[in-house]
Design a protein around this ligand. Structure first.
Ligand SMILES: *Cc1c(COP(=O)(O)O)cnc(C)c1O
Length: 488
């Protein structure tokens, strides 16, 4: 099986007996492995030389798209460039080589990093304390809702409902449902914020809380944020801030000051860990004073200049993850915050918002913009005009962007925008890159009108064309099999 791009599978290369390394003759007697544990035939492994091996995997890596190779405006995901210095710090042997079972006395430096990172994140969020345990955004949400439940339970009634706006990320309603709550969806108003009247109607003594993303998935800062938080508090509910979009607000506004009680960060969006690819992330959760007793154990505390792990927390919801969270990701966030400082973080958010507004203004003539007001770090266009006039859909235009060398934006999300294209340029791109992206989008809008067939058939330049995404998700076939071996 030869692929369209001519890169064969590694199993199809090399020749029998060829090796990528040379090992000395064994100078110990062979171990006596019982016959029933031994293979009858040697395994069919690739047999290639070292240089074939290196070239093969380098060629494969070049088929992939990454932030190191190009612009990646995948909305909601903050696919910004992450400074290499933060990776270098996380790899320092004294940090990368320690084991979580080491006693606190032996890893004072690691505990200090967790302790100080907690203070930095608490300051950025306007919260009292932060747990580092959750391993992702959705995991942070679940932790946060457990904290809200524990808070209400302590007062005698966990309540039954969680309110979620219809623009929410899918993880919000999923989290509330997993934590045993009934999910009540709130409509958006014409300006893209929460419909405050619908909120007031939905509020009663059974509402445990509201989960809100701000800026929301339309890239809009809710204009009624204080009205919303005050109304929920008046009804005895708590406010959960989905901080996945923190890249828009650092140093400008704080969830705590807006009136929120719980917030999660995605360190793998905002704080220097690459997002995607299935690598480790972290979703630290910050809370106001009232919720501190319920935080997961352990927390890092400091006494007389020494750091220790505090497990003595009787109201804690317990652990939500092994050990102390994804430590390597925490180190990168720590290095990122220390290297930028407060003014640097503020500039990150300012530049991210500036870049998004720049691209939005330049694309406005070519596409529908359903919520036409200044955006934060991202914005949402609609491909409705192209669909209605030429039968060219957002998916077609997204695929065509690949031919221009750009990763497509997030498409068909948020659900409240027809043919949505959600564009997040981030702060790390030069104005030349933004201009090149704008030119490509404008060219595609022209092609949609003049040569729709070309856009329908895109991409034309990638190793693979369009995959059957449903089949890929439902029947993933990830393993190579020698000829004749059946899939089971
Ligand atoms: C990314 C994202 C999440 C989920 O975060 P994960 O780390 O992928 O679990 C939640 N809410 C919003 C708004 C997001 O963009």
């Amino acid at each position: 099986m030869l692929r369209k791009d001519g890169v064969p599978l590694i199993f199809e290369m090399g020749s029998p007996g060829r090796r990528a390394c040379s090992l000395p003759e064994a100078d110990v007697p062979p171990a006596d492995i019982p016959a029933h544990l031994r293979r009858e035939k040697p395994p069919r492994l690739p047999e290639v030389s070292e240089v074939e091996l290196v070239r093969h995997f380098t060629a494969l890596s070049n088929l992939n798209f990454g932030v190191d190779t190009g612009f990646y405006p995948l909305g909601s995901c903050t696919m910004k460039y992450n400074p290499k210095v933060d990776e270098a710090v996380a790899r320092l042997p004294g940090l990368a080589g320690i084991h979580p079972y080491l006693p606190g006395e032996a890893v004072q430096g690691a505990l200090q990093i967790i302790y100080e990172l907690e203070r930095y994140l608490a300051e950025i969020a306007g919260m009292a304390r932060v747990t580092m345990q959750p391993a992702a955004g959705a995991h942070g949400e679940l932790t946060g809702i457990f904290l809200i439940r524990a808070y209400h339970e302590k007062r005698g009634n966990p309540r039954r409902k969680i309110l979620v706006p219809d623009s929410a990320h899918g993880t919000n309603p999923a989290t509330a449902a997993m934590a045993g709550y009934e999910v009540v969806s709130l409509p958006s108003d014409r300006r893209g914020g929460i419909d405050v009247r619908a909120l007031e109607k939905a509020l009663d003594g059974d509402v445990a809380g509201l989960m809100l993303t701000n800026p929301n998935t339309l890239g809009l800062f809710d204009e009624n944020i204080h009205v919303i938080t005050e109304a929920v508090h008046r009804a005895g509910g708590l406010l959960y801030y989905d901080g996945a979009n923190a890249n828009a607000i650092m140093g400008y506004s704080r969830p705590g000051d807006m009136g929120f009680d719980v917030v999660h960060f995605n360190l793998h969006k905002t704080f220097a860990t690459p997002h995607g690819g299935g690598g480790p992330g972290a979703g630290p959760v910050g809370v106001k004073e009232d919720l501190v007793p319920f935080l997961p154990v352990p927390l890092v505390e400091r006494r007389e200049g020494r750091y220790h792990l505090d497990y003595d927390r009787p109201d804690s919801i317990g652990r939500v993850r092994s050990f102390y969270g994804n430590f390597g990701v925490l180190v990168k966030a720590y290095a990122y915050i220390r290297s930028l400082g407060a003014p640097g973080l503020k500039q990150v958010s300012g530049d991210a918002v500036l870049a998004a507004n720049y691209v939005m203004q330049h694309l406005k003539p070519y596409f529908d913009l359903p919520y036409d007001r200044p955006c934060m770090h991202e914005f949402v266009l609609s491909g409705k005009r192209q669909k209605d006039a030429f039968g060219v859909r957002t998916l077609d235009m997204a695929k065509r962007l690949l031919d221009y060398g750009f990763h497509p934006p997030t498409v068909y999300f948020p659900l409240i925008v027809e043919e949505a294209m959600m564009i997040e340029p981030t702060e790390t791109e030069s104005v030349e890159t933004l201009d090149a992206f704008i030119a490509a989008m404008a060219a595609i809008a022209r092609e949609a009108a003049e040569d729709p067939a070309k856009v329908h058939a895109a991409p034309h330049t990638t190793a693979f064309g369009r995959l059957d995404e449903t089949r890929a998700a439902r029947q993933p076939d990830l393993r190579w099999r020698p000829e004749g071996e059946q899939r089971v």
